[in-house]
Design a protein around this ligand. Structure first.
Ligand code: ADP
Ligand code: MG
Length: 361
């Protein structure tokens, strides 16, 4: 009965992992002023762990006994949640531990999961401390619901687990190049977008995908029992051609984005068709070099309100898929998973519907 809401024990016990360097570096004081009073009010117990370095959270959730906590709470951007999910998937008991409810409190500059959960919970799109207060409320009052996780494999056989996105081209360029404007908070993405627009790059490569509609093969939790590793039943090894019923586009791309939640950022309502965290679809967006700068500007402006798909922007394609493969022709360029840089080389992935759990209203 994985799809049915169950409640957390009362009083709930949370493990809070907080990155003091996330966003503009105010996560700790925001936790004290905005979150702690609500947790006290809700009679919740929590252990606060302030991270001291990258990968500490990943190692901690990989190695520790987590049974003392009912949920793992991440107060940072999407990067720290990425660490937590990958750490959980590296455990020998991943199949049961990945079911532990996760919760996100926006304390970074990229707060896409927080914005998505805020949206699914019926709240208006907000940012800053409003988004934080909404998410703290969801933490106190929410219940665990299924969360899709995409399993990715690189050409070096590395396994990466992703809850949000894979980007290649424009979007990952902006995400990473705007790191130097971190002091601006969320505005770094708008500034970064305009900087990149003035010097548009294109990337040659091949994009292959398995459309969601044509596949009755949607993987569900049922076919995963008792396996030592999570099996990707929809894909063939990267050194073999994709199955014949897949679609392939070979082109000069400006952007390729695979997104599985509604928001790509707090003010990027990129996939408005996504109504919940466990729908089982990867939303693939791509544009080739024929897209104009004007169209791209239109796209990023309309995306704030999620109206970009109603505007029929020429050369922007959206297709719901369940698996995909990206084969860049050159290794130059930036690829990101959940906003974190990975090696720019062939990669493929498939969705695992509702593999994890996240707190939502
Ligand atoms: P933001 O959205 O602001 O980038 P993230 O949650 O994505 O916030 O965090 C960015 C990176 O910071 C992550 O890759 C994470 O591993 C790393 N990190 C975690 N704790 C620390 C720390 N104490 N000092 C520096 N970096 C850290
Ligand atoms: Mg980040």
């Amino acid at each position: 009965n994985a799809g049915h809401p169950r409640l957390l024990p009362s009083p709930a016990r949370f493990l809070v992992l907080l990155n003091p360097r996330g966003g503009t570096g105010k996560a700790f004081s925001l936790f004290e002023t905005h979150v702690m009073p609500m947790l006290t009010e809700a009679n919740a117990h929590f252990t606060l762990l302030v991270t001291e370095r990258p990968n500490q959270a990943r190692e901690l959730v990989r190695e520790r006994d987590l049974s003392a906590w009912d949920a793992i709470v991440v107060m940072s951007g999407d990067g720290l949640m990425f660490e937590v999910i990958n750490g959980l998937m590296e455990r020998p008991d991943w199949a049961t531990t990945i079911k532990k409810p996760l919760s996100i409190l926006p304390g970074g500059s990229g707060n896409a999961l927080a914005a998505s959960i805020n949206h699914y919970s019926g709240h208006q799109q907000v940012t800053g401390t409003k988004l934080l207060t909404n998410c703290a409320f969801i933490l106190c009052k929410g219940h665990p619901v299924p969360l899709d996780i995409v399993s990715l494999t690189t050409s070096s056989q590395q396994r990466i687990f992703s809850f949000l996105s894979l980007a290649w081209g424009f979007i990952s360029d902006v995400d990473i190049e705007s790191e130097k404007y971190r002091f601006m908070g969320y505005a770094r993405f708008s500034v970064g977008t305009f900087v990149r627009l003035t010097a548009l790059r294109t990337y040659r490569g091949r994009l292959s995908y398995l459309p969601a509609i044509s596949s009755s093969e949607k993987s569900s939790s049922a076919d995963r029992t008792e396996t030592r590793v999570l099996e990707d039943s929809l894909v063939v090894p990267l050194d073999q051609p994709v199955p014949s019923h897949w679609h392939t586009v070979e082109d000069q791309f400006v952007l390729v984005l695979a997104l599985y939640q509604s928001h790509l950022g707090a003010e990027h309502f990129t996939a408005p068709m996504v109504k919940g965290p466990g729908e089982g679809n990867i939303h693939l967006f791509y544009a080739n070099s024929r897209i104009s700068r004007t169209s791209l500007i239109k796209l990023f402006i309309a995306m704030e309100k999620g109206t970009h798909l109603d505007q029929e922007i020429a050369h922007l394609i959206h297709v719901p898929v369940v698996a995909f493969r990206i084969e860049p022709s050159e290794s130059t360029g930036i690829m990101t998973v959940d906003g974190e840089v990975i090696e720019c080389s062939p990669i493929q992935g498939q969705i695992h519907r509702g593999l994890g759990h996240v707190l939502s209203l």
